[in-house]
Design a binder for this molecule. Sequence first.
Ligand SMILES: [Zn+2]
Length: 170
Amino acid sequence: MKRKVNLNEITAKEPLKVKTEIQPSVMNLPEEEISKASPFNLEVEIQKKPVGYQVKGHVSGDVELTCSRCMKKFTHHVEQDFDYKLMPTSEISGGEIKGSDLDIKFSDETVIDLAEVTEEQILLNLPVKPVCSEECEEVHYREWEEDREEKQIDRRWEKLKELQNKLKKE
Ligand SMILES: [Zn+2]
């Protein structure tokens, strides 16, 4: 199981390809969000460019999340492609970077920790509001709708009161 890649070992001729399994114990996942994680499969290809490196690949595995509505724990499958440029920090002020190049990461480290790469992709893939099932999602939506309607009714009552007060004064 390969965990670290030394960028200096990559030649311009041939990209480095790694296929490995990352154990959850070597990742630094936020415990309050992810209660458990399976070993993750990582495939990565790193290509040396005139400046920096192109890093692309795929991660897959399972994490256990807590439903934001019913608080039940459930399994969320992560299946994520990634593709970004790794640039030395000296390029930040180089003026070469255009606004459209959003998928750029700056780092001067010569060693890439594949556990960190995997961890980052998992975090990017987490739902903002995790829900365990479609039913839960529906209830969630319904509650939100009801809440909204109640507020609208309140507002109508207020208008009516205002009107009554006006009439009283006149
Ligand atoms: Zn739920």
